[in-house]
Write a protein that binds this ligand. Sequence first.
Ligand SMILES: C[S@@+](CC[C@H](N)C(=O)[O-])C[C@H]1O[C@@H](n2cnc3c(N)ncnc32)[C@H](O)[C@@H]1O
Length: 183
Amino acid sequence: MLSERAASFAEKYRVLEPVPDTRVFGRDPSNPYYDLLYWVANDFKPSLTVELGTCTGGSTSNLAAGSENQVISIDVDIRPGARERLAIFPNIELIHGDTRDPTLAANVAQCGPIDLLFIDTDHVAEQVKAEMSLYGSLVRPGGLILLDDIRMHPCMSGWWDELDEDKLELPDLHWTSFGAVFS
Ligand SMILES: C[S@@+](CC[C@H](N)C(=O)[O-])C[C@H]1O[C@@H](n2cnc3c(N)ncnc32)[C@H](O)[C@@H]1O
């Protein structure tokens, strides 16, 4: 049984309009979760967005295009060219670091409560548990956590099924599924 907030989120984002901002890149039409990131940021107007897992920067570009406010994106291995491509967004701060590092999380906490958190690193239970503990705990009440690839690995899938939070699964956004947690 979905909560009212989860049901209304599911209805609002059932159909995703094309992203009108031409600065975004990397969209895969068969896995359209980038569109959700853009529209959620656009509607939600987060003061602080944090992304765990920059990679080539496509998801980061959508989060940053959707919101004019600060977007922090963290990765241990920001791919070549990502910094250059993302430089057109003045609101992005890229951090080279490990999301399991408590000192880094404490530094991010200094930027204020997180309104929108996107978790997309190693999709195993141990990792997501650490990230939910270090960064999920920084999300303000009323904030939102989005997670990619919740069914990529059986241990991740098990973690998601057992997660006792107000949550919603959006299986059409990625073949490995996608989740939203409402704090
Ligand atoms: C699936 S990719 C991110 C994709 C990106 N969010 C997108 O949608 O385009 C996962 C990324 O997580 C990073 N990663 C894995 N473990 C990490 C960790 N412990 N700390 C920081 N980054 C990590 C990897 O280097 C990789 O770039």
